[in-house]
Design a protein around this ligand. Structure first.
Ligand SMILES: NC(=O)N[C@@H](CC(=O)O)C(=O)O
Ligand SMILES: [Zn+2]
Ligand SMILES: [Zn+2]
Length: 427
């Protein structure tokens, strides 16, 4: 029995809203048309004019399981994803244990199979235990279902190891996904190094701590003919390095987070709330502007949340000692819609693409599309109702967000994964 979504609106290439019905059969999109008459025994859902988009794709998520179940589990993290309109997420490997061998990865896939409510693509690590010394077995891990390779949480310090890793990744047709951070430049910082850090007498992480790795790695990627992807890009110098590399024909892609697009270090309140602490840190205003420019000119390929849940207790020890990271899955679309689309910085079409087709294309995934024949991953969004962000409503265990209380439009109301309703707004 199929499902017929009636009276939706899709956003066209020309950024216009068009009426649209969608018929789903056996987990696939059977038909998309201005009107579809109900002829079969399909269940009809009236979308009452709401926006229909492909289920969103977030290629940077920390699900914490195994080992960090007090922060998040595969079940709670994927429920949060569904509530946020995401139907495909990629899970970072900074867990305990790290998925750095076939057995651990297969166990992780089993847990995903049992408890995830949306599609989870597991990353494998680049190095054993993510300590930067010994490469993992790329062949075996790819064979076992690794989506791509990353040591996210830490940078790969050794250029020789990184080159070797890129060659291995290239040989198994997978990407190297890089957390760019040079350990000798971290400076024990908890915020960006700049006027804000000086004003508050805090150690600062300089921009070059990130950009120097990107500058190094694009040259390594060129030498290895590898697909190199930059995680959570945050500085203007990093944007320039990626732009120059793309111009030189190097196979590099980059993602940016909602928080780096919407906040800078000056937005950190003088209470120094640790919910504004993440890695990389919120940078300067010029950096924020450069990130938006980078998105608009194609230097930055897509948006990813870097959903990084931590408990209130862990975050309650002051900005210098608190762990880095904030949650993002349940607020990404409303925040970006309200603060970038409604303000005329991005079009709705651009925003939707940055969260759907763009990440899918960067990694050659068949998701993020609303076409006849594609997998029925769909999100329905209410563009009118304005509601304040309330962490108490999050399905994620993590309530660590700097956006509490922000009034937003663009809330997902219905999420469908492979034809099944995985989240629906009730109230
Ligand atoms: N982004 C963060 O601030 N934290 C991430 C690690 C990471 O993405 O580097 C985490 O695992 O908590
Ligand atoms: Zn990272
Ligand atoms: Zn991360």
């Amino acid at each position: 029995m199929g499902t017929l979504l009636k009276n939706g609106r899709i956003v066209t290439d020309r950024n216009e809203l068009e009426c649209c019905d969608i018929l789903i059969e056996d987990g696939f999109i059977e038909k998309v048309a201005e009107t579809i008459e109900q002829e079969t025994d399909a269940v009809v859902i009236d979308l009452e004019g709401q926006l229909v988009i492909p289920g969103m794709v977030d290629l940077h998520v920390h699900l914490r399981e195994p080992g960090g179940e007090h922060k998040e589990t595969i079940e709670t993290g994927t429920k949060a994803a569904a509530r946020g309109g995401f139907t495909t997420i990629a899970a970072m490997p900074n867990t305990r244990p790290v998925p750095d061998d076939k057995e651990t990865l297969l166990k992780l896939k089993e847990r995903i199979e049992k408890t995830a409510v949306v599609r989870v693509l597991p990353y494998a690590s680049i190095t054993k235990r993510q300590i930067g010394e010994e490469l993992t077995d790329f062949d075996a891990l790819k064979e076992a279902g690794a989506f791509a390779f990353t040591d996210d949480g830490v940078g790969v310090q050794n250029a020789g190891k990184m080159l070797e890793a890129m060659k291995e990744a290239q040989s198994v047709n997978a990407a190297i996904v890089a957390h760019c951070e040079e350990n000798t430049l971290i400076n024990k910082g908890s915020v960006h190094e700049g006027s804000f850090s000086k004003q508050h007498s805090l150690h600062g992480i300089p921009s070059v701590c990130e950009s120097v790795h990107i500058a190094r790695d694009v040259l390594l990627a060129e030498a290895a003919h590898a697909h190199y992807h930059v995680c959570h890009i945050s500085t203007k110098e990093s944007v320039r390095a990626v732009r120059d590399a793309k111009r030189a024909g190097i196979n590099v892609t980059a993602e940016v987070t909602p928080h780096h697009l919407l906040l800078c270090d000056e937005d950190i309140p003088s209470s120094l709330d640790p919910n504004y602490k993440m890695n990389p840190p919120l940078r300067g205003k010029e950096d924020r502007d450069a990130l938006i420019e980078g998105l608009l000119d194609g230097t930055i390929d897509f948006i990813a949340t870097d959903h990084a849940p931590h408990t209130e207790e862990e975050k309650s020890v002051g900005i210098e000692r608190a762990p880095f990271g904030i949650v993002g899955l349940e607020t990404a679309f409303p925040l970006l819609y309200t603060n970038l689309v409604e303000k005329g910085i991005l079009t709705l079409k651009q925003l939707v693409d940055f969260l759907t087709i763009k990440p899918a294309q960067a990694f050659e995934l068949p998701y993020g599309r609303l076409q006849e024949g594609s997998i029925a991953d769909i999100a329905v969004i209410d563009l009118n109702n304005e509601i304040a962000i309330d962490p108490d409503k999050f399905l994620s265990k993590g309530k660590n967000t700097p956006f509490k209380g922000w009034e937003c439009k663009g809330w997902p109301t219905l999420t469908i994964s492979e034809g099944n309703i995985v989240w629906q707004h009730t109230e």
